[in-house]
Design a protein around this ligand. Structure first.
Ligand code: ISL
Length: 539
């Protein structure tokens, strides 16, 4: 198989399996639960599913700490179940993409257990060990989850390196044996019949020399020594060779890859099909729980423009690491969720929908620290307790916490929102009788329409993109060849005047038909948009 551009037309759906659907009443979502819901996903119209890690794991980091790359974690089912899922999904023409987590393993992975035993263990060099003492780590680098990137080991008087939790030791990619093991594993899953991978934290696999001194502790400063560091190209090229052999569908989570570098990563000869930018999740300076709309718009425009002639964007407004968009960039209303949907679903790239986003799931109103589930958030909370009251500490950690997006899916208004017949592993949002898959049909319909446009219209799947009113703080306006998309991303009115724009001068004569919209409104040179209004026109 060769690399084709099929993915230009596709729409992905992200499943956080623990919270998607429980089939056996143990309160945890599972593979059979996904199988149950395949008809729903088919009907929605998506083309592939990206499933967050289902491998064997102690679950310190939501399954991103893998202890066996070849086994399905019991909580999700068996390899047989997974093969049934593959078959049933494929029968419905749905592709399956798995998470590929190869920057690190769990500290319970047999390689690490061996590696820890002694300095001369054959697996020692599978990980990154350096001489250290309890109060002198090899350098001052800090991890994404807080604290040093080094964890000291008393027995061997060395420390091992981890960019995430200390239970997630980083693999040593400089060791060819590690690469071979990983490549073997990738082939194993592709041979089993999966369609592709989402490459987790892939830009961190290469590190700078340990002697690198951090120059700024602000922004991305602390991550510079392990974010898209030169030398990574070799590994990426080797990965690409395998992906190409299988015609695998690939999307990279690659923080630190700039919009100007993304074309090299994702064009015809690039390593992967597409890339998620992580920059648009900007928050208002004065309120970390609120999205910065103009910031979002600017990031989107830059990535769209920088990848216009080469490369491909993976588009999203929600995932398992971010709070719900209806509350960050929206105002909690379904109108705002609709505007957000239109704002990104028709851009150039492959859109992803995160479970529950399509029916307006919202942030969780945390009232008790016992409701928190992520290890790293609980640690942050405990840390904050040293200086804040319980109430303030909880408020602080839940501000833009990824916990919000991880609550069980609200399928209907029956007990436990139809997610489980047992006791849910994480509390269900108390708003489930108002917000669920049954109540918010209109939003689902809109998503269906948007997906259909991507499937049918080459202007949307492969056309060019051109932005207007680029400095407007709240309205996003873009042309995709014969299409014109207008979205008001705020809860106040906006005025647009097209008469000064070359192609629109004498706009009244443009023969625009409205394809979608929150109201029926023929195109006019001077228009007033209501709060959260969206309009899609076609010439
Ligand atoms: O934090 C980042 C940038 O500021 C990241 O780029 C980082 O790569 C990203 O948060 C990684 O996330 C992914 O890997 C983590 C896991 O906890 C997340 O859920 C996953 O999406 C570790 O595997």
């Amino acid at each position: 198989k060769t690399k084709t551009n099929d993915f230009h037309k596709m729409v992905g759906y992200q499943i956080y399996p623990k919270s998607f659907k429980d089939s056996n009443g143990d309160g945890l979502g599972d593979i059979k639960g996904i199988i149950e819901k395949l008809p729903y996903l088919r009907e929605l119209g998506v083309d592939f599913l990206w499933i967050n890690p289902i491998y064997k794991s102690p679950q310190i980091d939501g399954g991103y700490d893998i202890s066996d790359f070849y086994a399905i974690d019991e909580m999700f089912g068996t390899l047989d179940d997974f093969q049934t899922l593959l078959k049933e999904a494929h029968d419905l023409d749905l592709k399956i993409m798995l998470d590929l987590v190869v920057n690190h393993t769990s500290d319970q992975h047999p390689w690490f257990i061996e590696s820890q035993k002694s300095k001369d263990n054959p697996y020692r060099d599978y990980y990154l060990w350096e001489d250290a003492s309890p109060n002198q780590m090899p350098n001052e680098w800090i991890s994404f989850f807080g604290g040093s990137t080094w964890a000291y080991d008393e027995k061997t008087k060395q420390a091992y390196f981890h960019v995430f939790a200390k239970e997630q030791p980083d693999l040593n990619w400089k060791n060819p044996k590690v690469c071979q093991e990983i490549y073997k594993m990738i082939r194993w899953w592709l041979d089993l019949g999966i369609d592709g991978f989402r490459l987790d934290a892939i830009s961190h696999i290469q590190k700078m020399p340990w002697s690198y001194k951090i120059k700024s502790w602000k922004g991305n400063g602390p991550w510079i020594p392990f974010m898209n560091v030169s030398g990574i190209e070799t590994y990426m090229a080797e990965l690409k060779a395998i992906f190409d052999e299988y015609g695998a569908l690939t999307v990279g989570e690659a923080s630190g890859v700039q919009s100007t570098e993304a074309p090299d990563w994702t064009d015809e000869s690039g390593y992967i099909n597409m890339i998620f930018e992580l920059e648009h999740n900007v928050r208002k300076a004065n309120d970390q729980s609120q999205g910065d709309t103009y910031g979002y718009k600017k990031v989107i425009m830059r990535w769209q423009e920088d990848l216009l002639s080469r490369g491909w964007n993976a588009l999203y407004i929600e995932n398992h690491d971010q709070p719900r968009s209806i509350d960050t960039f929206g105002n909690g209303s379904i109108e705002s969720a609709k505007a957000l949907a239109v704002s990104y679903m028709l851009l150039r790239g492959t859109p992803f929908i995160y479970q529950g986003q399509e029916f307006g799931m919202s942030n969780f109103p945390f009232t008790d620290s016992k409701q928190l589930r992520s290890d790293e958030i609980i640690k942050q909370y405990d840390q904050l307790l040293t200086k804040l009251s319980e109430k303030k500490a909880l408020e602080e950690v839940s501000k833009n916490s990824r916990e919000h997006s991880r609550t069980p899916l609200q399928w209907n208004d029956s007990e436990n929102a139809g997610f489980t017949t047992g006791h849910p592993w994480m509390e269900i949002n108390p708003n489930f009788s108002e917000i669920n898959r049954q109540t918010n049909q209109e939003l689902i319909e809109l998503y269906k329409n948007l997906i259909e446009l991507r499937h049918k219209e080459t202007a949307i799947s492969d056309g060019s993109i051109h932005f207007h009113f680029k400095r407007h703080p709240q309205v996003l306006v873009y042309e995709r060849d014969e299409f014109l998309i207008i979205v008001n991303l705020a809860d106040k009115k906006a005025h647009l005047d097209f008469s000064k724009i070359a192609n629109f001068a004498d706009g009244e004569t443009i023969n625009y038909q409205q394809v979608l919209g929150s109201s029926n409104s023929p195109f006019q040179e001077k228009m007033v948009l209501l709060a959260w209004e969206y309009r899609v026109y076609k010439k």
